[in-house]
Design a protein around this ligand. Structure first.
Ligand code: UD1
Length: 340
């Protein structure tokens, strides 16, 4: 059995990836500090897969603990590194915390990965590295633009740290997956997104409004140069995204990677406007959503959706779910946790 370390494995994308890894027969060790996740997620994972991953509550900033962890788990053959802070607004308020938490931990992790017998590393990157790309859909060759926030910058610098390391450490094999907008939940309704406080992202805000926790969704801007005036994003089902990690990991384990640092866009290739996302929610839930138009949100790009050609042909992965499927699963999850 191949042992894989998943950092941030109790988070939204991490937990869905642990499920897919266990379904594929991998042995999983999770490190999570529970700063933005709950221990209950572990139960959800066990209940879906019938298997219990090893769990270590650990703050990756504690270098010594990380070293001790790796002493115990010398047989790890791959690391999927999700653990990071991800709130854009908070990163503007606390830049040093973001740089410390997202970059120091990445460096410690890479040093440990280099000590392993097989140094395979998957990094959570983001379409945020493209900023407002000039051409849609966005290919991996689109230029990386100056980051809008310290959070976005940690993703760009993170990729650079890995790229520079790969240049000199040929034993390191890394893939950065640039996610578009992950939404939805596992079909079982046992794991999903658990935003703390008021959700900053569109879909959890919509489902919480549908569930009666919020009064009204503010649609940030209706005067953008798009067909209906609202922003366009590429919303990808989190289970499709989780599967992309397993495929990327297998690419490294099977030594099929062409270079030792590769990047892939992980999206559906379909752009949807905010109003289309609301319409999807209304379709799958049978409820009408209370929303109003509000001013634009600072830092929002007008449009971002993926060209998925490279992921489809080189990586051999394709998103299987559409917006309605993903929205249905998000609504199912929201209903489950609110006992509706
Ligand atoms: C946001 C982050 C991005 C991060 C991603 C992770 C910002 C500016 N960007 O992306 O860096 O990688 O989350 O998932 O925060 N919207 C509303 N009303 C709301 C919430 C959102 O109209 O209450 C709109 C936004 O203006 C945007 C779309 O919905 O057009 C999607 O927003 P969101 O879910 O926050 O994702 P991004 O902004 O794309």
């Amino acid at each position: 059995m191949k042992k894989i370390l998943v950092t941030g494995g109790l988070g939204f994308i991490g937990s869905h990836t642990v499920v897919e890894l266990q379904n594929e027969g991998f042995d999983v060790v999770i490190i999570d500090d529970l700063s933005n996740s709950s221990i209950d997620v572990l139960e959800g994972i066990v209940s879906i897969t019938g298997k219990s991953p090893i769990f270590e509550r650990l703050d990756l900033k504690e270098k010594l603990s990380v070293e001790q962890f790796f002493m115990k788990h010398k047989d790890i053959v791959g690391v999927i590194h999700f653990a990071a802070s991800k709130a854009v607004g908070e990163s503007v308020e606390k830049p040093l915390d973001y740089y410390e938490n997202n970059l120091n931990t990445l460096i410690y992790m890479l040093k440990e990965v280099l000590n392993l017998n097989t140094s395979n590393f998957i990094f959570s990157s983001s379409c945020t590295v493209y900023g407002q790309a000039e051409q849609m859909p966005i290919t991996e060759n689109a230029p990386v633009q100056p980051a809008e926030s310290p959070y976005g910058n940690t993703k760009q610098i993170g990729e650079e740290i890995i790229r520079d390391t790969c240049k000199v450490k040929h034993e390191l094999n890394a893939i950065a997956l640039r996610y578009f907008n992950p939404i939805g939940a596992h079909e079982s309704g046992k794991i999903g997104e658990l935003p703390i406080g008021i959700p900053q992202n569109l879909v959890p805000f919509i489902t919480q409004t549908g569930a009666g926790l919020r009064d009204c969704l503010s649609v940030f801007g209706n005067d953008y140069p798009t067909d209906d005036g609202t922003c366009i994003r590429d919303y990808i089902h989190v289970v499709d995204l989780a599967k992309a990690h397993v495929v990327a990991l297998m690419r490294l384990l099977d030594q099929k990677n062409i270079s030792n640092f590769e990047t892939f866009n992980i999206g559906t290739g379909v752009g949807s406007s905010v109003l289309e996302v609301i319409a999807s929610f209304e379709r799958v839930s049978g409820k009408s959503l209370n929303y109003k138009f509000a001013p634009r949100r600072e830092g929002d790009v007008i449009s971002a959706y993926a060209n998925t050609e490279k992921a489809n042909t080189v990586l051999g992965w394709k998103a299987m779910s559409n917006l309605d499927d993903a929205m249905r699963s998000a609504w199912n999850w929201e209903k489950n946790i609110r006992n509706i």
